[in-house]
Design a protein around this ligand. Structure first.
Ligand code: ZN
Length: 199
């Protein structure tokens, strides 16, 4: 049996969401039609508004509905430190630690030659122009500790190495409160390689 065409296309539309398979999509569609039509209308309106109005910050490239995002527009931020991240959600994660008051640059991904994602797709040409003469003293490479994230960090470090800027990589390793015996070998190797002196 198949559903009527509109129900079917609603189910298929939900499948554009990450992690939503056919069953979940079906549940969402029926939930909305049976029990929450108001919520469905609100969802569709908000979705449309967000998609039409959320663009990219012209400086750090994160998602923003203004030309400059709130962080780039904040004159109290330390402009000598630039943290480079893969996604806007990563910005949020670092902001929530409360431990960083510098600027950000969001790559919206990582280098991935297999998928045809090169330096220009990540805005690295824009990044280099911005860094040039901007008084940046430290670049913190906070891409993910994946093969692609590491490769991206190394590529950026290579590009800026002659600019007289300190380039650092965030440390990866043992989780706070964790125990060594439960940490996987790759993570432990990273933690060892990134060790720092205690005194
Ligand atoms: Zn910004």
């Amino acid at each position: 049996m198949s559903f009527s065409p509109l129900i079917q296309s609603l189910v298929e539309a939900f499948r554009c969401l990450p992690g939503v398979g056919p069953k979940t999509a079906q549940r969402m569609a029926f939930h909305m039609l049976e029990r929450d039509r108001e919520g469905g209308i609100k969802l569709s309106e908000t979705l449309q508004l967000a998609i039409e109005n959320v663009g990219r910050c012209s400086r750090c490239r994160t998602l923003s509905e203004h030309e400059l995002c709130d962080i780039c527009d904040d004159s109290s931020r330390d402009r000598s430190k630039l943290c480079i991240l893969e996604t806007p959600v990563d910005v949020l994660a670092v902001e929530q630690t409360g431990g960083f008051n510098g600027q950000y640059f969001v790559l919206m991904g990582h280098l991935s030659p297999i998928d045809g994602i090169g330096p220009q797709d990540l805005g690295l040409d824009v990044l280099l122009q911005q860094i040039d003469g901007a008084g940046i003293e430290e670049i913190i490479l906070a891409t993910n500790p994946t093969v692609e994230g590491e490769a991206t960090a190394h590529y950026i470090a290579e590009q800026v190495k002659d600019m007289g800027i300190k380039v650092t990589r965030i440390a990866h390793g043992v989780p706070v409160g964790g125990e060594l015996e439960f940490v996987d070998g790759g993570t432990l190797a990273h933690a060892l390689a990134g060790r720092r002196s205690l005194l």
